[in-house]
Design a protein around this ligand. Structure first.
Ligand code: MRU
Length: 354
């Protein structure tokens, strides 16, 4: 297999080396995954995170099953279900798992050997990561065109939340890919990156990526969103997505829906950037999306330090729903979805992938 070498993920010596995002920005260390269980835990424990990269990593859970087990279709379905249960909200995981499972089922039907099947999945993984890179650039180009129509060459002030760059996607990124592309076009004045309590994806990861790219930015706390949108001449808000349903309702990191409502209040365009693998058109509204509830300790502690009174309890929903009616446009690799309506979503989603 061609060398797979992205900053956040590397395939070397039959193992997946995954950048441990829990340790960023202070340490750049990798964990080595060699079994399907390792992949399950890397996703569940957030060594690797971000919807597209979670999905991509899931493919290797199937690959390790082929390497170590390669038994019946029934067991293959079970391992896929197990891997899919590691994080429930991002649909990219089940999308990638379903594709990898179909590939293996086909290979079994054609009497392919274990080694041949492994090679098929590795080739598929390579094709997928190439596709992610190309798709991310298409989304960034569509967003740049849309903003050009709104603002011309003006240098923009942008707000974003969570982490949606190469750490979340492999190559480039979704919302952060848009920002990085605009910066290359010399059309960014300032990026405000939300800290993203409680896991700090914004301050730990987005700032790390923006610094690497030399993009001027300030970290803000989520409580400052109204202040920033009212006082800093914000031109656009960009977020990614973990799942987008038929009416455009979008699940993304907790705090996104508050930001969306504030943007609506100040009449700042609120944009979503996500590949079609983030769409789940089997669901009608965001109310049908399962929201991951994570451990309350992520709120009550900072590393080993208790930051609330002993015995205090917390509730830690990891995602919330921004309503389609408040989203100005969704950029996916197949097109610019604006206005965000059921009809426009189904037309763009069904378009061919040229
Ligand atoms: O819990 P995380 O860190 O996996 O959440 C990530 C996000 O919410 C991202 O914004 C989303 O996956 C879109 S990423 C390109």
């Amino acid at each position: 297999m061609k060398n797979l070498e992205y900053v956040s993920i590397r395939w070397k010596n039959d193992s997946l080396h995954i950048l441990d995002q829990r340790k960023l920005p202070n340490e750049e260390t990798y964990i080595i995954a060699q079994t399907s269980e390792d992949i399950f835990h890397a996703i569940k424990d957030m060594v690797v995170r971000g919807a597209p990269l979670i999905g991509f990593t899931g493919i290797f859970g199937i690959l390790f099953w082929v390497k170590d087990v390669f038994s019946s279709e029934e067991e293959l379905n079970q391992i896929s279900k197990y891997l899919n249960s590691s994080r429930p909200t991002a649909i990219n995981l089940s999308f990638e798992l379903d594709n990898a499972v179909s590939l293996v089922k086909n290979a079994i039907k054609k009497d392919k050997t274990q080694e041949e099947t492994m090679q098929l999945i590795l080739d598929h993984a390579m094709a997928q990561i190439d596709k992610i890179r190309i798709d991310n650039q298409k989304m960034a180009d569509l967003a740049a065109d849309h903003l050009y129509k709104l603002y011309g060459e003006k240098k923009l002030n942008i707000v974003t939340l969570c982490n949606t760059g190469f750490l979340a996607c492999g190559p480039m990124g979704t919302a952060l890919g848009v920002i990085s592309n605009l910066s290359k076009l010399n059309r960014v004045n300032m990026v405000y990156t939300s800290e993203t309590r409680p896991y700090l994806q914004g301050s730990r990861l987005t700032s790390y990526e923006l610094k690497k790219e030399g993009i001027d930015h300030r970290i803000i706390v989520e409580g400052a969103h109204s202040y920033i949108l009212e006082n800093k001449q914000i031109d656009a808000v960009f977020i990614g997505a973990d799942r987008i349903v038929s009416n455009g309702d979008t699940a993304n990191k907790i705090g996104s829906s508050t930001l969306c409502l504030i943007a609506k209040h100040y009449n700042v365009p609120f944009f979503v950037v996500a590949p079609t693998s983030s769409f789940d058109l089997s669901l009608e509204t965001g109310d049908d999306i399962e929201i991951e509830l994570r451990d309350e300790d992520e709120i009550l502690r900072y590393k080993e330090y208790l930051i609330a009174p002993k015995g205090a309890t917390a509730i830690n929903p990891s995602f919330d729903i921004s309503r389609g009616e408040y989203i100005r446009a969704i950029f996916c690799e197949k097109g610019d979805i604006s206005p965000v309506t059921n009809e426009k979503i189904s037309i763009v989603h069904a378009a061919s992938n040229e």
